[in-house]
Design a protein around this ligand. Structure first.
Ligand code: ZN
Length: 303
């Protein structure tokens, strides 16, 4: 059996001040690369400026949800009484719009914010016109004056008066909050998915760093996870789990040499059988992967 060739020792993580690394695959990148040439992932994304929404944001959302409900109530009332088909048509248009806007605002999409502001401005104008020029919007009311219909239209007027007041307050609330209070809730910033040294890295203990690394690995950010597993291992070198995780991350990223170094060290210093099995299994896998890579390289060279 041929001796295993010594894999090149290339620690790109130690040269972060000179180069950019893809957070997913550890590919070295040029300054403003937007897509990784190796794993083809997008290297930027937009995230909200503030993770937690403000109190004003919830009130803003409540106003919009309120308008959805008011629209629905008006549709039901109109279907039952049929006093103003124009209102029915209008609310038939507003209801789905507010429903979509409520969803977008709930997801904190900027489009939801702009949409809500535009809708509130239009809604407010519409209410104003209804008040001052009712003939534009109520063409079919005050028809067929039987006593029963009079009674229905009387109570309907009270209800529509309440709805009018609530809608007016909601539109006003949306515009007020929208202009002065909630813009920061929808503000986003661009982040780069490149390996960096997080400010809190060296304040983290092993367990916290391991948890973060695990989460990043689940997102596919193996190269970034390496930073945290290194920290975890530096904090508690006796934890086999941290060392195994780091070795596995190196293997996945194609740094088999680094992985094998760690696994060899672990084999010398670990006594529990269960851990030794895991180490041996990962080492076999890593060596296999390395040999396969060498094989492919040799074939390429021969061609
Ligand atoms: Zn990549």
């Amino acid at each position: 059996m041929n001796p295993l060739p010594k894999p090149p020792f290339n620690d790109v993580w130690d040269r972060l001040d000179e180069n950019h690394l893809c957070a997913y695959c550890a590919c070295e990148l040029a300054e403003n690369t937007l897509h990784c040439p190796q794993c083809h992932r997008r290297l930027t994304s937009k995230v909200l400026d503030h993770q937690k929404p403000s109190g004003s944001f919830y009130i803003f959302l409540i106003f919009i949800v309120g308008l959805v409900q008011l629209s629905l109530i008006q549709i039901i009332l109109e279907v039952l009484s049929l006093t103003s088909p124009v209102t029915l048509v209008w609310q038939g248009i507003w209801f789905p719009i507010f429903l979509i806007l409520a969803y977008l605002v709930y997801r904190r999409r900027f489009s939801g914010y702009v949409g809500a502001m535009v809708a509130a401005a239009i809604g407010m104008t519409q209410l104003g016109l209804t008040t001052f020029q009712p003939e534009l919007f109520q063409t079919w009311s005050d028809v067929q004056g039987t006593p029963l219909e009079g009674l229905i239209s009387g109570s309907a007027q009270t209800v529509s008066g309440i709805i009018f007041a609530l809608q007016f307050a909601s539109y006003g609330g949306i515009l007020l909050l929208g202009f002065f209070y909630v813009p920061p809730d929808f503000a986003t910033k661009k982040i780069w998915h490149r390996v960096n040294v997080p400010a809190d890295l060296y304040r983290m203990n092993g367990a916290a760093a391991h948890l973060t690394a695990d989460r990043l690995a689940q997102e596919g950010q193996w190269a970034m996870a390496v930073m945290y597993w290194r920290r975890a291992l530096a904090d508690d070198p006796s934890r086999v789990l941290y060392a195994l995780s780091l070795a596995d991350a190196y293997r996945r990223l194609g740094f088999e040499g680094r992985a094998i170094d760690i696994l060899k060290y672990l084999q010398k210093n670990t006594s529990t059988m269960q851990a030794r099995h895991k180490i041996a299994a990962l080492k076999a896998q890593t060596v296999g992967q390395w040999r396969q890579k060498q094989g492919t390289l040799d074939t390429v060279k021969e061609k």
